[in-house]
Design a protein around this ligand. Sequence first.
Ligand code: PLP
Length: 383
Amino acid sequence: MPESPYPASLDLDPAWTADTVAVQAGRPARVPGAPMNPPLTLSTTYVHDARLEYGREGNAGWAALEAALGALDGGHAVTFASGLAAATAIAELVPPQGTVALSSVTYYGVRNVLERLAAQGRLRLRMAPADDPAAFLAAAEGADLVWVESIANPLMVVADVPAIAAGARERGAISVVDATFATPLRQCPLGLGADLVLHSATKFIGGHSDLLLGAVVCRDAAHADALATYRHDHGAVPGDLEAFLALRGLRTLAVRLDRAEASAVELARRLSSHPHVATVHYPGLPGDPQHERAARVLPRGSGPMLSFEVAGTGEQTEAVLARLRLVTHATSLGGVESLIERRARYAGDAAIVGPTLCRLSVGIENVEDLWADLDGALRAVLG
Ligand code: PLP
């Protein structure tokens, strides 16, 4: 790791809440004249030095972001060029011909990576539901790695992280939790017993739909070392500008999440009694099949992601999305602006969702403006 002229401050008060840590962690040490933020180091090479020579080895900006994410999740963080680059690096931890137990509802990009490796004979893949720990752990028998999402895309399935992490440990498997939807402010999987946490910081951590970046936070320093070596050798390094922006995004994560989540609760409640909505999937809603588990493993809240099924056809659903003027019909999630999409557009999700399922990433706009847009478009198309 490069040494910043302003070493990251480590004097975080253990009494501070995660919201405060998100604002303060990874800042330069508070010495006279030090900047508030880590400096950008846009250089690929360094004057010969035993510690750092070339840009793929390290960067002071990554180190600051890693200090912050490590402090929040309680482990050793390694940042990557994207969430998927981080996921690919984790797959490398599986021994040759090893076995991965994967939640049957998983971000399709991750599933693609693991299915391709399975098709090449590099590893064996078993799928099982992460909201049913007994079934999942039966599939995890003899596995080397188990992989679930805190809240899984796009049906908002909540994994029983404590049961799965404990079961994985008993079976000698590494447990991975993709906490992209939960963020470190809604769930700390390492505290619930998991070994690795994956974040696509492209989403809520960055928060403005203007950067790609991934991170893995590891309980064990040896895993972090192996991942950092993979990053160097395969070139899956983040840009320093992206690391700077992700750290800046982290500073406002608590306020963005609180507001967007409060709106998501309200929109989920209103959508669930809307005449043109068949089903709402939101674990924060009492009555949702995931609600009891969410209250246990996501006690601060279920975040700003929800999905709903339009009571109509796939074509009518596309027409509803085309009529929206505030919520943008676009993929991705976690930004300040609300985004919506019909997931059956994607071959990877078409197998697990109906044709009218819309995933909504609630942003920080005024909730009444969001409701007027959604309700207006539904009524305009469906009467
Ligand atoms: N994990 C989840 C849950 C995601 O939704 C995504 C992207 O949508 C990723 C990982 C991959 O992250 P990235 O797009 O930063 O590569």
